[in-house]
Design a protein. Structure first.
Length: 333
């Protein structure tokens, strides 16, 4: 039985010159996940963490109380260890520079969607935390700048997510494969349960909000019809599975094979998911597991961000399925 802490230390030894900062950040995320897990599991009993907070984030979306709680939990855990120079979140208007001596001398910045799918909390549906870590490019010893956060996804040094469901799991990559750890509340430990995770090349599930069908591009409509057609050679029709929480839908497809789609629509012509907080980390994990992620034309990880809360159309999952929808988008738009 190998714990997350043991695994982090073991992997740190694989990188000559590693100073332990990245391991410290992952330990902060582990602590945050335990706290968020605890409070999510008490949500039905504690009304102060259920429902809306009364505020909106910078995208104009209503914040749930647990969004705010998860955001502050992660921020405090990272500040306490002092291993990151700055923090950016889907819930904050702009990035936060940790302007202390230790913060200014830290090598990394972290970006997060602290509670993906939080609108599902009130109905007891799985939610998650997504995180992404980069090396800063501003000079060590100075406060971080916006440039540190607007790096292409290929520059990520680590990314992962935590899914809070029937069990709580932390899945992450540092660019050397994907590994999953299941939380054992009786021990207070994350245990390695899914080593070297691989996404099947061919999938059997497609995840998309079909209620928005009339607003989709023609290529996406054609792909949905393709998924629904009967074909024994390709084991179609595929099954439609849509939870409405990116982490949950992605996690199922990572394990069993499938595709998650949030395309451009007539109401969201640039897409709806955030490139930095959702697209890049999930794309990094997908590629490391043998899958694929694209905006319909370009690999997600090759996009150069221009703003902190940039939105992007998102197609991620089993390679054969992502390639198919790409082909249809090229042909029909």
């Amino acid at each position: 039985m190998k714990t997350l802490g043991e695994f982090i230390v073991e992997r740190q030894a694989e990188y000559p010159g590693a100073t332990g900062e990245l391991s410290g950040i992952l330990s902060s995320i582990r602590l945050s996940a335990k706290i968020i897990h605890r409070d999510i599991n008490r949500a039905g009993l504690t009304q102060d963490i259920l429902g809306v907070s009364g505020d909106e984030n910078i995208q104009g979306e209503t914040q749930m109380k647990l969004d705010v709680f998860a955001n502050e939990t992660m921020k405090k855990a990272l500040i306490a260890r002092g291993d990151v120079a700055g923090f950016a979140s889907e819930e904050d208007d702009t990035f936060v520079a940790f302007d202390t001596e230790r913060g200014r001398n830290a090598k990394y910045i972290l970006m997060t969607d602290p509670l993906d799918g939080s609108s599902n909390i009130d109905v007891n549906v799985s939610v998650g935390t997504i995180f992404s870590i980069y090396k800063r490019i501003s000079p060590i010893g100075t406060p971080v700048t916006m440039e540190d956060f607007l790096q292409p996804g290929r520059k990520q040094v680590a990314a992962g997510y935590v899914t809070y469901g029937s069990s709580t799991m932390l899945v992450y990559t540092t660019g050397n494969g994907v590994n999953g750890f299941t939380y054992d509340p009786s021990l207070g430990l994350f245990i390695l349960s899914h080593p070297n995770m691989k996404m099947p090349f061919e999938g059997k599930y497609y995840s998309i909000n079909e209620g928005q069908y009339r607003t989709f591009p023609e290529g996406v409509k054609r792909f949905i019809k393709f998924c629904q057609e009967e074909d024994q050679a390709t084991k179609r029709p595929y099954s439609s599975r849509y939870i409405g929480s990116l982490v949950s839908d992605f996690h199922r497809n990572l394990l069993k094979g499938g595709i998650y789609i949030y395309p451009t629509t007539t109401t969201h012509p640039k897409g709806k998911l955030r490139l930095l907080y959702e697209g890049n980390p999930m794309a990094f994990i997908a590629e490391q597991a043998g899958g694929m992620a694209t905006d319909g034309i370009n690999p997600i990880l090759d996009i150069k961000p221009t703003e902190l809360h940039q939105r992007v159309p998102f197609y991620v999952g089993s390679t054969a399925m992502v390639q198919k929808v790409e082909d249809l988008l090229k042909e029909f738009g």
